[in-house]
Design a protein around this ligand. Structure first.
Ligand code: BDR
Ligand code: CA
Length: 315
């Protein structure tokens, strides 16, 4: 039986690959997409998400537009990494078929969680503004969900925006703090996603005769040479796809439970994910964080899925 999943996203090159994975795996049933500011302003991420649904031929999936601004800080976007408009590739213009549904994404998240009570996985792969707003509308959201999986945070590894903070948490630290405090998440952060790259020779072997093939290759290589050096990456890390892969294959990630908090007080701790390893706060564990991953299994799952899609539709 496939797991119903709603994906809250800010496409984004790695978001595009995460969506492709989720849409193509029989283990998952994507019942909705919601969009949030992040890699680009929400108008752009919403257009990108719509284009992706058209590109992947899944226009029947409901799409809901979400937050324009973070809860307390200024908007920060990442076109310098993901490309102009927040995504690379040769995406089609969206049509009326993928027009966002009425209402705010936070309400859509709550309604979908109620509809699939106890069964829905909510995967948040952008800043957590929509999820924090959904929690404010429905504080029992964690009980309505089967699981909340977040791509975000850097627990025991340096950040990618500040020395302590990962981009999704840094973009809306107040939202991240509330969600981590109250929503019992499974956090898939930079501790594991920094190594979620794909072999260069496999990327080189992908057929590039079609817009889909060429776009996939652009998404797989979205970090520029300078950025690869800056983060000490051999090849581009596909952060968001690892979070989805961990839902497809439940044995992929090894997690530890901690009492966790997210910093919101000063520039230096803004968006920092803090795990109370020595139990010095006496706080109960309020979620878990992925610290190890079976990257061989991840790469197998990912390459097998993309190879199939490209063979079926990308030539
Ligand atoms: C996260 O930030 C975004 O740029 C990516 O899409 C991913 O969700 C990685 O820090
Ligand atoms: Ca993202």
């Amino acid at each position: 039986m496939s797991r119903p999943i709603l994906i809250d996203t800010d496409p984004g090159c790695d978001d595009a690959l995460a969506l492709l994975l989720a849409l193509e795996r029989d283990e998952l049933d994507v019942v909705g997409i919601s969009t949030v500011h992040g890699n680009a302003p929400v108008t752009d991420t919403t257009r990108n998400a719509r284009s992706l649904l058209e590109f992947f031929d899944r226009t029947e999936i409901s799409l809901s537009k979400g937050a324009t601004l973070p809860l307390t800080v200024e908007l920060e976007t990442a076109e310098h990494i993901h490309g102009e408009g927040g995504i690379r590739g040769e995406l089609p213009e969206p049509t009326s078929e993928t027009a966002p549904i009425e209402g705010h994404a936070a309400q859509f998240i709550v309604e979908t969680a109620r509809e699939y009570e106890g069964e829905l996985t909510l995967a948040a792969i952008g800043p957590l503004t929509n999820v924090a707003l959904a929690l404010a509308i429905e504080p029992d959201l964690p009980d309505l969900l089967d699981e909340l999986v977040i791509m975000g945070g850097a627990a025991f590894t340096p950040g990618n925006v500040t020395p302590l903070a990962e981009a999704n948490f840094h973009s809306d630290p107040e939202a991240a703090a509330r969600v981590v405090r109250d929503a019992e998440p499974t956090i898939v952060g930079l501790d594991v996603t920094n190594a979620a790259n794909l072999p260069a020779d496999w990327i080189d072997s992908l057929p590039q005769e079609s817009p889909l093939g060429r776009s996939i290759v652009e998404w797989l290589t979205y970090y520029s040479g300078d950025q690869l050096e800056q983060y000490d990456f051999e090849t581009t890390a596909i952060h968001d796809a690892l979070a989805i892969a961990g839902i497809v294959d439940e044995g992929l990630l090894e997690t530890e439970s901690y009492h966790m908090t997210v910093g919101t007080d000063s520039d230096i701790d803004q968006g920092a994910l803090v795990c109370d390893v020595n139990d010095v706060t006496d706080g109960e564990p309020n979620g878990s964080v992925a610290l190890e991953a079976d990257f061989e299994r991840y790469r197998e799952l990912f390459t097998e899925t993309v190879d199939r899609v490209v063979a079926e539709r990308g030539n």
